[in-house]
Every structure is written in structure tokens, then in C-alpha cells.
Design a protein around this ligand. Structure first.
Ligand code: FMN
Ligand code: 173
Length: 373
């Protein structure tokens, strides 16, 4: 399959998106593609990149290039991380297992979602030698929260990523029209149905009464009361680095530092939560300034091509999370598709770096970009 796709020159984001659309159900495709509301923020995420232009320098010997970065003391060959994307079973039967294998082959850290189709242990099994982080949806049932964290530690996950922009799910028109909720269909149950605490809350096993089990899952998945003080609970339960995903305000970045958080991810959840909120890229510079290099600043929401990565790093990101592009690769061609998307993006970043007159990711600085219009 991969060769067929390459013969068809499936190279860039829109090509992968079209291939994905051909291979999965319309409802699943709409779910992945959509943003919240009028999709103003979804569009803004990509448009924000157009307003920044790279100002290249020349005659700088770019014959050898280094794309590597270091995060939490660990070196990675590219500045990519696979974003937490839940319910990957809707994109491919192998779901997160295929993604985890691809991530391992490509040496790219993978952030496994709380609402994965497969359990965090199954995902770990497919990528024993690779960096894995666990994305936490802080459950309304805090014993489930601490159980997830304990399991992630035991399974060798290296960081906990708390998503803070999901007090509830954003209003997504297409899914509501279709009445489509993969969570309610059980596509996000991998971690819950294998969790001793979650199972202890049920009167009957999920096998005996799937409706009741899914109802309980949907009931406990988010904790809308979560506040800054609660982070100390998490700190008591783990020594792993804690990152907050969804930071958009410099004041929240300062609060993250105050609460001894180990990293922040500037993100608006790919425009899927609050429509009308600022483009993630437009939040990056100020957040990075507020953080002042004290902890890593990661970025997602709108990364599609190599130059996007250069721009995000120039505005202060230490690495970028790849979201929809790899899920389209997964939908189009499973593990091979994810690998191909990462290879294409890697080649694009490499070329963009060289053509900007830089030989290392470490040399990317604010001076290489200018704001236009
Ligand atoms: C289908 C889908 C499911 C997602 N599931 C999660 C999730 O479970 N946890 C989470 O923190 N973010 C989730 N996200 C958000 C991504 O981690 C990331 O922030 C977003 O995809 C970045 O935007 P982009 O895909 O437009 O680049 C999801 C995104 C998509 C498209
Ligand atoms: O679809 C999403 O963006 C998402 O993050 C999510 C999280 C939990 C349940 C369903 C979807």
C-alpha cells in the first residue's frame, strides 16, 4: 500500500487528507477533520502561519544538518512528537498500536491519549524502546486519575501531559448533526475497561452490560472543577515530569511555573474546543517569553509542513506536536502511513532549514522570521 500511495505522490497534508477520506467512514472522517463551531479557530490556526515569513540567509555552508533536540535530558533526532489523539480505532483497526510502532521506527516520542482505543499497556508493548508520554484526561473520579498515572509509570511512560482545555467537549457541528460520538461507541475505552478502579465502580462487567459501562465512562471522563491547586494531587502521585497541554495565555504560563509544572504545550486542541479563540501560533511568542526558557515550551495546532515547524521554533517552541497529519497517514495506510507522513515532514523540515541558511535546529532564532500584514 505505501508504495502505491507514493506512486500516486501522496506527499502533503491535503493528499493524505484525501486518501484518509477514501478509506474511513464519513462520520469518522468528519470527526477527525472538524473544528468547533464555525471552525473560525481551525482556519485561523493555519492562517496564522501565513502572516510570518522566513527571511533566509545564504552562503552559510548547510551541507550537514542536525534536526535533533533534547527534552527532559533525552535526545531526539527530530523536533517532532506525536500529539495525543484519542480513539484511533476509528482511523484504522490497529489504531494506537500501529502509531506506536511507527513512532518507534521513526524515533519520535508518542503521547498516548487517555481515551485510546487500546490500553496504555498494549501501546507500550508495541514500542518498548521508544519514548512514550501519557496524556491525562483528569477523571471526575480521582481514584481513576491516580490509577491511570500509576499504570503509566509502571508501563514506562516518561511524562504526564495534562490536557487543560477540555473541561467538556467542544461543540462540533458535523458530529452533532450525525449524532456521532466515538466515545459513546466505546472507541475510547481501552484504558477504562482495563482499569481496576474503573471496573470496581461497575455493577456488571463491560462484557455483560456495555451500555452501563460506557455510560459510566462518559460520566467520569472529564473533571470540569479542575483548578490550579489540584495539580499538587498529581505531584503527590508521580515523580514524572508534568506538562500542561492547552496553554494560550502568558499569565497561565506564569501560573504553570509557579505550580512547578515541568513543561507547557501551547495548543488550542486543533480548533476543536473553543471556536473564536486565538490561533495557537499567535499565543506562542508571549507564552514563550513568560516561560523565559525555564521549562520546555511545545506547540501544536496547525503544523502541516516543514516551514511551519521552522516558524513555530523561531517563535519560541522547543518542539512541535504533529496532530491530524499523522492520523490521516494512519487512516490511509496504517503504520506505514504514519511513518511516511513523518518521513515527508522530516524531509520538508530539513530542506526548509537548509534553504533558510541554517544547519541546526538549535540555530533557529526569532531573527529568521518577520511578520507580514
Ligand atoms: C481526532 C482527534 C482526537 C484528539 N484527541 C485528543 C485527546 O484525546 N487528547 C488530547 O489532549 N488532545 C486530543 N486532540 C488534540 C491533539 O492532541 C492536537 O492538539 C491537535 O490535533 C493539534 O491540531 P492539528 O491536528 O490541527 O495540528 C485530538 C485531535 C483530533 C484531531
Ligand atoms: O476529539 C477530541 O478532540 C478529544 O480530545 C476527545 C476527548 C475525549 C473524548 C472524546 C474526544
Amino acid at each position: 500500500m505505501a508504495n502505491d500511495l507514493l506512486k500516486k505522490r501522496v506527499i502533503n497534508f491535503t493528499d493524505w487528507e484525501q486518501e484518509a477520506e477514501k478509506r474511513i467512514t464519513p462520520h469518522a472522517f468528519t470527526y477527525i477533520k472538524s473544528g468547533a463551531g464555525n471552525e473560525e479557530t481551525l482556519r485561523a490556526n493555519e492562517e496564522a502561519f501565513y502572516r510570518w515569513k522566513i527571511r533566509p540567509r545564504f552562503l552559510k555552508d548547510v551541507s550537514e544538518r542536525n534536526l535533533s533536540i533534547t527534552l527532559f535530558g533525552k535526545k531526539h533526532p527530530t523536533p517532532f512528537i506525536l500529539a495525543p489523539i484519542g480513539m484511533q480505532g476509528i482511523a484504522h483497526p490497529e489504531g494506537e498500536k500501529a502509531t506506536a510502532k511507527a513512532a518507534q521506527n521513526m524515533n519520535v516520542p508518542f503521547i498516548a491519549s487517555s481515551v485510546s482505543t487500546y490500553s496504555l499497556e498494549e501501546i507500550a508493548h508495541e514500542s518498548v524502546d521508544n519514548s512514550r508520554w501519557f496524556q491525562l484526561y483528569w477523571s471526575k473520579d480521582w481514584e481513576i486519575t491516580s490509577s491511570f498515572v500509576k499504570r503509566a509509570e509502571q508501563a514506562g511512560y516518561e511524562a504526564i501531559v495534562v490536557t487543560i482545555d477540555t473541561a467538556l467537549l467542544g461543540i462540533r457541528q458535523g458530529d452533532l448533526t450525525h449524532g456521532y460520538s466515538p466515545l459513546k461507541l466505546g472507541e475510547g475505552a481501552g484504558n477504562y475497561f482495563s482499569d481496576p478502579v474503573f471496573l470496581s465502580r461497575l455493577n456488571e462487567s463491560p462484557a455483560a452490560n456495555i451500555e452501563a459501562a460506557l455510560k459510566e465512562l462518559v460520566n467520569v471522563v472529564y473533571e470540569p472543577s479542575l483548578s490550579w491547586e489540584d495539580l499538587s494531587f498529581l505531584r503527590k502521585h508521580t515523580n514524572l515530569p508534568i506538562l500542561l497541554k492547552g496553554i494560550l495565555h502568558p499569565e497561565d504560563a506564569r501560573l504553570a511555573l509557579e505550580h512547578s509544572v515541568d513543561g507547557v504545550i501551547v495548543s488550542n486542541h486543533g480548533g476543536r474546543q473553543l471556536d473564536g479563540c486565538i490561533a495557537a501560533l499567535d499565543a506562542l511568542e508571549e507564552v514563550a517569553k513568560a516561560v523565559g526558557g525555564k521549562i520546555p515550551v511545545l506547540f501544536d495546532s496547525g503544523i502541516r509542513r516543514g516551514p511551519d515547524v521552522i516558524k513555530a521554533l523561531a517563535l519560541g517552541a522547543d518542539a512541535v506536536l504533529i496532530g491530524r497529519p499523522y492520523i490521516y497517514g494512519l487512516a490511509a495506510d496504517g503504520q506505514m502511513g504514519v511513518e511516511q507522513v513523518l518521513l515527508n515532514l522530516g524531509a520538508d523540515v530539513d530542506a526548509s532549514l537548509a534553504l533558510s541558511g541554517l544547519s541546526s535546529i538549535k540555530h533557529i532564532s526569532p531573527e529568521i522570521i518577520v511578520k507580514k500584514g
